[in-house]
Design a binder for this molecule. Structure first.
Ligand code: NAD
Length: 458
């Protein structure tokens, strides 16, 4: 079959896989190939059982597989045979050398750029889909320009705004699609080509175009704004606990101001995920390099409040449970960084587990999707943690429940039965404020929500 366009994506992860599956489903006349260095990941995609959990994803992938959606490890062939190349590789925080702990580690994208350079036999449009530091497109252009043989590469920035857990919905129905380009004739032509792809299902007024640097910076700025809201309401939750105010009431009142809005105002154990922390630290690094120390300090505070919230949670547990957690069994309800994903990257549960172990507590982890990742995250620990899929089994003989992830299943459990299975006095620390605290209190639990008065029988 001949296709109208041939699209390649380098990187079959949380972004590349779902995004390309949706493009293939919305554009049946385009061929969409996704390449990855990880054979296991590619095999999982090809089996129709994706390597990541995302509601609605399996179906979209199965529709496209073998028709116009292909997963492979053959990067050279992928580059040769496709004209439009998305780069959706990982961009973690650097752990070594200059900028360690702040800057993005760009070795994966640079390798991808060099592979494009090596294998391309015709001109290509290269699209930054990963979240890159501002000015990465320029560096990519410089690498790609080095061939000088008439083959031309037009680099566009097209950051992804999907949220894990709602990726398919977000991709099918995005608030906006952002495309940054050069304003040269070639740049604008490449931009229009990408606009055309999205216009297959996204209305034109939601497809925004900008200069390339605005596009790169807007992704970092969006994540800063979102994370800032979480850290702000979490800072307020600490004040609530000291003053007797209730953070849910405060958030509702504040959020009804239409200038503020009600989303992203849930107090919690803190944000996680692979993006917020690294993107904010990236912004901090950019500011420091540019000499904007005041701005860097302001931005960095958002991450610091997030760390503080996790530490506060553990200290609240310690204080409530008579100032010692040694030998006590604590069951973590959830390990994923949010509901409806199996992703545990930067999950608050990781830090909470490690801190509780320092207090010599024993940890039992339960989660409907993330137990495999949880084991990997804590693989260095020799003892003190067990993993149990069934929450009723997990809770047997525990002194406390700590809710880490807002899975809806935790709202529906039989808490009378759970109370019977636990050591008394039994405690609940609701790090997501999702449970019915009054009902738990009446069953006999001592209940410690975030940003609200504790309900204790003592
Ligand atoms: N996860 C999210 O919710 C989200 C949302 C928006 C943006 N982003 C951004 O998208 C980017 C990708 O994130 P992700 O969560 O999909 O990462 P990921 O780690 O799940 O996937 C990246 C994939 O790229 C592959 N890869 C790396 N180098 C390669 C190469 N040279 N050739 C082929 N494959 C290669 C890796 O094996 C991996 O499978 C990051 O920059 C991230 O910040 C992520």
């Amino acid at each position: 079959m001949s296709f109208d366009k041939r699209i390649l994506c380098i990187g079959a992860g949380y972004v590349g896989g779902p995004t390309m599956a949706v493009i293939a489903s919305k554009c049946p006349r385009y061929s969409v190939t996704v390449v990855d260095v990880d054979q296991g990941r590619v095999d999982a995609w090809n089996s129709g059982k994706p390597p990541i959990y995302e509601p609605g994803l399996d179906e979209v992938v199965r529709q496209g597989l073998g028709r116009n959606l292909f997963f492979t490890t053959d990067i050279a062939r992928g580059i040769r045979e496709n004209d439009i190349i998305f780069v959706s590789v990982n961009t973690p925080t650097k752990t070594f050398g200059a900028g360690a702990g702040l800057a993005a580690d760009l070795q994966y994208w640079e390798l991808a750029a060099r592979q494009i350079l090596e294998h391309a036999e015709s001109s290509k449009i290269v699209i930054e889909k990963s979240t890159f530091p501002v000015k990465t497109a320029q560096a990519m252009e410089r690498i790609l320009m080095s061939r000088n043989d008439g083959i031309h590469f037009d680099v566009l920035s097209n950051p992804e705004f999907l949220a894990e857990g709602t990726a398919i919905r977000d991709l099918m129905n995005p608030d906006r699609v952002l495309i940054g380009s050069r304003s040269t004739e070639r740049g604008l032509k490449a931009r229009d080509e990408l606009v055309q792809i999205y216009a297959n299902w996204v209305s034109r007024e939601r497809i925004l175009t900008s200069n390339i640097w605005s596009s790169e910076l807007s992704k970092l700025a969006s994540n800063f704004f979102l994370a800032q809201r979480i850290s702000t309401i979490n800072a307020i939750s600490a004040v609530c606990e000291k003053t007797g105010a209730d953070v849910t009431e405060v958030a509702k009142i504040v959020g009804m101001d239409s200038r503020i809005g009600s989303k992203f105002l849930n107090a919690s154990i803190g944000f996680g995920g692979s993006c917020f922390k690294k993107d904010i630290l990236n912004l901090v690094y950019l500011c420091r390099v540019e000499g904007l120390e005041e701005v860097a300090d302001y931005v960095e505070r958002v991450v610091r409040i997030n760390e503080y919230q996790k530490e506060r949670f553990v200290l609240n547990m310690l204080t409530a449970m008579f100032n010692t957690l040694a030998g006590k069994k604590i069951c973590l309800f959830g390990f994923a960084f949010k509901a409806d994903t199996g992703d545990t990257r930067e999950s608050p549960a990781i830090d909470v587990t490690r801190r509780l172990l320092e207090e010599h507590a024993e940890i039992v982890v339960t989660d409907p999707q993330a137990l495999v990742s949880a084991r990997e995250d804590l693989a260095d620990l020799e003892r003190g943690v067990s993993y149990v899929a069934d929450p009723y089994e997990a809770i047997r003989g525990c002194h406390a429940i700590a809710v880490m992830t807002e899975w809806s299943l935790y709202r529906e459990l039989d808490y009378r039965k759970i109370h019977d299975l636990m050591v008394k006095p039994a405690f609940v620390f609701d790090g997501r404020n999702i449970l019915d605290h009054q009902a738990l209190f009446e069953i006999g639990f001592n209940v410690y929500p975030i940003g609200k008065r504790p309900m204790s029988h003592f």
